[in-house]
Design a protein around this ligand. Structure first.
Ligand SMILES: N[C@@H](CCC(=O)N[C@@H](CS)C(=O)NCC(=O)O)C(=O)O
Length: 223
C-alpha cells in the first residue's frame, strides 16, 4: 500500500477542506484524486473502501479512512495538534465541534434551494455573531492560542472558519479584536502562509462547476 497520503474527494472544499488545512499546517505533503465522474465513486464502492458509502476517503499510514472527524482526529493526534493531555484535548474538541458546526452550515449553503438561501445566510451570520465568535473571542482572551500554550487543531479550524465567514460577511470580525489579532498571527505561520498562497491545495469557494460535479457524482443523493 502507498506510503503517500492520498485524499479522495471533489476538487472543492466540502468536508475535505479541514483535512487539507490540518495536513498543510502539519507540513505533511499529500496527493489528491478528484472525483469528477459517477464511475469513480462507484469504483470506490465496488472496491469496498467506503465504509459508509461516503467520501471524504483518505489513504494514510496504510489505512483507508473515512468519516472526516476520524480522519482529523488521527492527523491531529499524530502531528501534535491535540493538546498535551486529555483535559486539553476535551477543550480542543469543544472548540473543534463549534467550528465544525458553523462550517457545516456554510458548506451546505450552496446546496440550499434558492428560495431558502437568504434565510440560511442570515441565520449563519446571526449565529456566527451571537453564538460562535463570542465564544472564540473569549477563548483567546488571555492567550494567542485557544487551548494551552501551543498551537492545536482548534486554532487551525478557527482560522479556516473565520476565513470562510469573511468571504460571506467581509466585516464580521470588526467587533472581535482578539480574533482579528489571532488571524494575523496565524497567517504569519510559515505553513499557513504557504497554504494561503495561490497554487496551493487550498480550494476556492464553491462555484457552479463544483456543484454540478458533486450532484452528478452523488446522483443517488440528489435525486
Ligand atoms: N459523517 C461523514 C459525512 C460524509 C458525507 O456526508 N459525505 C458526502 C459528501 S460530502 C457523501 O459522500 N454523501 C453520499 C451519501 O451520503 O450517500 C463525514 O464527516 O465524513
Amino acid at each position: 500500500m502507498s506510503k503517500k497520503v492520498v485524499l479522495h474527494y471533489f476538487n472543492g472544499r466540502g468536508k475535505m477542506e479541514s483535512v487539507r488545512w490540518l495536513l498543510a499546517v502539519a507540513g505533511v505533503e499529500f496527493e489528491e484524486v478528484f472525483l469528477t465522474k459517477r464511475e469513480q465513486y462507484e469504483k470506490l464502492l465496488n472496491d469496498g473502501v467506503l465504509m459508509f458509502q461516503q467520501v471524504p476517503f483518505v489513504e494514510i499510514d496504510g489505512m483507508q479512512l473515512v468519516q472526516s472527524k476520524a480522519i482529523l482526529n488521527y492527523i491531529a493526534g499524530k502531528y501534535n495538534l491535540y493538546g498535551k493531555d486529555l483535559k486539553e484535548r476535551a477543550l480542543i474538541d469543544m472548540y473543534t465541534e463549534g467550528a465544525i458546526d458553523l462550517m457545516d452550515q456554510i458548506i451546505t449553503l450552496p446546496f440550499t434551494p434558492p428560495e431558502n438561501k437568504q434565510k440560511q445566510l442570515s441565520n449563519i451570520e446571526e449565529k456566527a455573531k451571537d453564538r460562535y465568535l463570542p465564544a472564540f473571542e473569549k477563548g483567546l482572551k488571555n492567550s494567542q492560542f485557544l487551548v494551552g500554550n501551543q498551537l492545536s487543531r482548534a486554532d487551525v479550524h478557527l482560522l479556516e472558519v473565520i476565513l470562510m465567514l469573511q468571504e460571506l460577511f467581509p466585516t464580521i470580525l470588526s467587533t472581535f479584536p482578539k480574533i482579528q489579532a489571532f488571524q494575523e498571527k496565524m497567517k504569519a505561520l510559515p505553513t499557513v502562509s504557504k497554504f494561503l498562497q495561490p497554487g496551493s491545495a487550498r480550494k476556492s469557494p464553491p462555484d457552479e462547476a463544483y456543484l454540478k460535479t458533486v450532484k452528478e457524482v452523488l446522483s443517488h443523493f440528489f435525486k
